[in-house]
Design a protein around this ligand. Structure first.
Ligand code: GLC
Length: 552
């Protein structure tokens, strides 16, 4: 069979359409200098893992100077490397080695806010109300008799008011942590500066960008600012309650002009630099970010949030594919990232379970059967990798890592924990450093202990433990990615008659059929050579529950 791996050569402007992209959360990937925090040299030293795995690209979460008020998404300089993670030279070496191995490099860009330590924000604080320096951010006088109340009722995504008062009485907006002041995208200097940042990294060989909070940049700053009280909620969950484009700060129509502008910058490179939007907005609106004259792709978070239900998934897959096609984009699929409960645990939570409450119980209520979670996760992965479009993997999912739900309170670093008055534990449980070896102070993550404690069970998930081990999750991913490259063709699928209440059954090409049993009892296995199965499929003619099979 001819190898049809996506053409990653510099000549192919469409390399990303069906690429598998592996997300590296640098602080938790590999620690070369032994300070307990992952770094760029650690990533470079482990790039062979990605090449062997068979992914096409890596996406690096922020590695920029940051005091880590929000895990690196609070950036003090968008065009440098955090000294704890390395230098610009180390970054150059990483890109060179990735390219040598045939891997593309995508970096995070965080345009909605800076760190409060960014020179611009420090200048704004010094310059006082009404200054040009303050206009780069969203400063407003307070309300109430003495300005002692916030300008509006807007709430931070991390909890509490989205406004903080400064020493001179003015308030500034922070949709996330108070250490992350929101930029004012109506300001020309802000727009120009991000064009410079896009060029800065593109000139250093970066192949694409992941755009953080892509749906938040444009705000309705018409005076007086509107309260969200009548909408009833202020997070993205409030979006379906307003007319499209009508929210004061999420998913406003003006945001698209920014990405059309960016596209002209990205298209100035050969091949054009790619971009993917992180936009937590309903599907029909989300694909607007992926239009060819904008970013090209947008993460399909509805897929990530979907229940393990054949009917729901079939509907979602069909709508996602047609939505992407109509927008002129390619579909994307994602099951895990650094913001959500790892899917080896999440997919087992009974529908309707509040993941926050589950984490707060230390993962005790309900108690999950990790073997069953892994079985389902493996089935979900083979299903995802058979879908047309591109797939985003999160570091550690190739090891089948579950969420570390019982991190002790004193270990937690996510600002969500304190900002919600310790009622939401936050996202540290999916950010625990990776196990590379079965032994060692941090299971091979680095020479000493890691910045978040790893449970003893990590030994059995280590790369070393799983390499070459029959039936291991790591070997399943490696085989699946190798096969996928061979089988890939076209960007469509055809549902087979076998699809039903508990079964998803489709054909990609005449030689590639994917069948998943999402039900509780075995179903008949369709005829055909078994190319790969996510669990035991021993030729007895049945497909067990929570199992996906690829058939020739
Ligand atoms: C995005 C990131 C998340 C971060 C937030 C604020 O949602 O994925 O980790 O906390 O933006 O930058």
């Amino acid at each position: 069979m001819a190898t049809r791996s996506p053409d990653l050569s510099p000549r192919n402007p469409d390399w990303w359409r069906q690429a598998v992209v592996y997300q590296v959360y640098p602080r938790s990937f590999a620690d070369a200098d032994g300070d307990g925090v992952g770094d760029l040299r650690g990533v470079t030293g482990r790039l062979d893992h990605l090449a062997t795995l068979g992914v096409d690209a890596l996406w690096l979460s922020p590695f920029y100077p940051s005091e880590l008020a929000d895990g690196g998404y609070d950036i003090a300089d968008h065009r440098d490397v955090d000294p704890r993670l390395g230098t610009l030279e180390d970054f150059g070496a990483l890109v060179a080695e990735a390219h040598r191995l045939g891997l593309k490099v995508v970096v995070d860009i965080v345009p909605n806010h800076t760190s409060h330590l960014h020179p611009w924000f420090q200048e704004a604080l010094r310059s006082g109300p009404g200054s040009a320096a303050r206009d780069r951010y969203v400063f407003r006088p307070g309300t109430g008799e003495h300005g002692e109340l916030p300008p509006t009722d807007w709430q931070s995504v991390f909890g509490g008011s989205a406004w903080r008062r400064t020493a001179d009485g003015d308030w500034y907006l922070h949709l996330f942590a108070p250490e992350q002041p929101d930029l004012n995208w109506a300001n020309d200097e802000v727009r120009a500066d991000f064009r410079t940042t896009l060029r800065f990294w593109s000139d250093r060989g970066v192949d694409g960008f992941r755009v953080d909070v892509a749906h938040g940049l444009a705000k309705d700053l018409a005076e007086p600012l509107r309260n969200t009280g009548d909408i009833g909620a202020t997070g993205e969950e409030s979006l379906p309650r307003v007319a499209p484009g009508g929210h004061p700060y999420w998913d406003r129509d003006e945001v698209h002009a920014i990405y059309r502008d960016w596209r002209t910058v990205l298209d100035g490179y050969s091949p054009p630099r790619t971009a993917v939007a992180e936009a937590w907005v309903p599907g029909a609106r989300r694909v607007r970010y992926a239009r060819p004259d904008e970013l090209g792709q947008a993460f399909n978070f509805e897929y990530l949030e979907a229940a393990w239900d054949a009917g729901d998934l079939r509907e979602l897959i069909t709508v996602s594919l047609s939505g992407a096609r109509d927008a002129g984009a390619s579909a994307t699929w994602v099951l895990s990232n650094h913001d959500v409960v790892r899917h080896a645990s999440r997919l087992l939570l009974p529908p309707g379970t509040d993941a926050e409450a589950w984490l707060l119980s230390g993962g005790r209520t309900p108690a999950l059967d990790t073997a069953a979670g892994l079985r389902r996760a493996r089935a979900a992965t083979l299903l995802m990798l058979a879908l047309p479009g591109s797939a985003y993997l999160y570091q550690g999912e190739e090891l089948g890592l579950p969420e570390v739900a019982d991190l002790p309170a004193e270990a937690l670093r996510d600002p969500v924990w304190e900002q919600t008055g310790r009622t939401r534990k936050g996202r540290d449980g999916c950010r625990v450093p990776l196990p590379w070896t079965a032994t060692g102070p941090s299971y091979g993550f680095g020479p000493g202990p890691a910045w978040l404690p790893q449970p003893p069970s990590f030994a059995s998930y280590a790369v070393e433990t799983q390499t070459g081990a029959d039936g291991s999750t790591l070997e399943l991913y490696r085989t699946a990615l190798r096969l996928r490259r061979k089988l890939l063709e076209g960007e469509t699928l055809t549902w087979s008659a076998g699809s039903g209440a508990d079964v998803l059954d489709f054909t990609r090409t005449p030689g590639w059929r994917c069948v998943t049993n999402l039900g509780e009892v075995p179903v008949p296995l369709p005829p055909g050579e078994v190319l790969l199965a996510s669990g035991p499929c021993d030729g007895s003619g049945v497909l067990p529950p929570d199992t996906t099979v690829w058939l020739a």
